[in-house]
Ligand binder design. Structure first.
Ligand SMILES: Cc1cc2nc3c(=O)[nH]c(=O)nc-3n(C[C@H](O)[C@H](O)[C@H](O)COP(=O)(O)OP(=O)(O)OC[C@H]3O[C@@H](n4cnc5c(N)ncnc54)[C@H](O)[C@@H]3O)c2cc1C
Length: 372
């Protein structure tokens, strides 16, 4: 079957589902396709929690995360779903951690709400956490966490409500860039479109091979633990998102199956076709040990874990903009393990680029040709 469409979105994970929603909100009646069912667990956007962190060292990301907040709230109002749990975030490290200190300075420069706390103040405010005496901690009250599977499903269902058409189970095999209006061949037929948005997450190197993007896919794992006693102290209203800047470990309060913790350090290089989804016991044990050191009363037992993929660029900044070989194709890839919080604003930016050819949001640093 062949279809002519105005705007086609390929990939309905975090970024594509958001683009579809914003296009539909503008009345553009987009069509979205994905190889899997909406909300699947094969890519980068499944599970119960993704940090919504305003604690960045770059004003561009702070501008974008602040712009994302009202969009998430608007989506919550429209759908009646809770997507964002606004419980703040606590980043901490030993004294003189360069990254932590730099982020604190940028919080001051950008007038982003934050409080620098001692270990004692942390224990008084968040009694589950017992950090070493010399810890430097910074609490950002405007942070929190998003429920990623629910966000993706909600973007898609609200997009449909505003006139989008969704085809799941359609795998794109080839994009013909040579025509002014790109042609897309899929397992269920072909499409000719005036504008095409491509947001294939970890599959980007395959689908955009003409661009030879310097992307690296890594295998990441997250683990859920059950405290021996589930008390009020582990709930989101008493425990923020917490991140150890000396070790790159981070965690969440009790939400979904338990307390989720993960290592933000990059796992082994892989690909969506070959990724090993068996859980790594060494990482699991290291994380269990870490929780015991910062929450001595938790006595955690392992419940479950899952594998996910980061798609890294060399500078860990995103790739967003026109396809250098065809300006009717817009690309959003390389979200480098920290893209979820921005997904609704990235979707809006991609929608604006597709319909207006420009955006006022600061995306210059994300241009596709910056690696030569
Ligand atoms: C363990 C882990 C923890 C993370 N923690 C955080 C966090 O705390 N905060 C944060 O902000 N970010 C976090 N991230 C990063 C964030 O989740 C990702 O940046 C984001 O989800 C990437 O979304 P995406 O749309 O690019 O990719 P995906 O969500 O994977 O979407 C890509 C979609 O394209 C589809 N697709 C691909 N190829 C084709 C094809 N040929 N035909 C049809 N469809 C196709 C796929 O099926 C998929 O649905 C984390 C990531 C992981 C893995």
């Amino acid at each position: 079957m062949h279809r002519d469409v105005e705007i086609l979105v390929v990939g309905l994970g975090a970024m594509g589902s958001a683009a579809l929603y914003h296009l539909a909100r503008q009345g553009a009646a987009p069509v979205g396709i994905d190889q899997y069912a909406i909300g699947h667990a094969q890519g980068s956007s499944h599970g119960h929690s993704r940090a919504f962190r305003v604690f960045y060292n770059d004003p561009v990301y702070i501008t974008l995360v602040k712009a994302a907040l009202p969009l998430w709230q608007e989506l919550e109002t429209l759908s009646g779903e809770q997507l964002l749990i606004p419980n703040g975030m606590l980043a901490f490290a030993k004294p003189e951690n360069e990254r932590l200190d730099q982020n604190i300075r940028i919080m001051q420069d950008t007038k982003t709400s934050h409080e620098v706390l001692t270990a004692e103040e942390v224990a008084a405010r968040f009694p589950a956490l017992r950090l070493p005496g010399n810890t430097v901690a910074c609490y950002t009250p405007d942070s929190g966490f998003l429920n990623p599977s629910r966000c993706v499903r909600t973007h898609v269902s609200q997009a449909e409500r505003f006139g989008a058409t969704v085809h799941s189970g359609a795998t794109v095999h080839h994009i013909d860039l040579s025509k002014e209006h790109p042609e897309v061949e899929t397992s269920t037929g072909s499409y000719c479109c005036r504008r095409l948005i491509v947001a294939p997450g970890p599959w980007a190197s395959q689908l955009l091979k003409d661009l030879s993007l310097p992307l690296q896919v890594t295998r990441q794992q997250k683990f859920y633990f059950q405290p021996q006693e589930v008390t009020a102290l582990y709930q989101p209203d008493r425990l923020p998102v917490y991140a150890d800047y000396d070790r790159a470990y981070y965690g969440f309060p009790y939400y979904g199956p338990g307390i989720k913790v993960a290592d933000d350090g990059h796992g082994p290089v892989t690909s969506p076709e070959t990724v090993d989804r068996t859980l790594d016991l060494d990482v699991q044990n290291a994380l269990a040990q870490w929780i015991k050191t910062i929450m001595p009363e938790v006595n955690p037992s392992f419940i479950e874990g899952a594998t996910c993929m980061y798609t890294l660029t060399p500078d860990h900044d995103f790739l967003i903009g026109d396809h250098p070989l065809n300006p009717n194709i817009l690309v959003g890839v390389g979200f480098s393990g920290h893209g979820f919080k921005f997904s609704t604003i990235v979707g809006k930016i991609l929608a604006e680029l597709a319909t207006d050819g420009k955006t006022d949001y600061p995306i210059d640093k994300f241009r596709l040709n910056r690696f030569g």
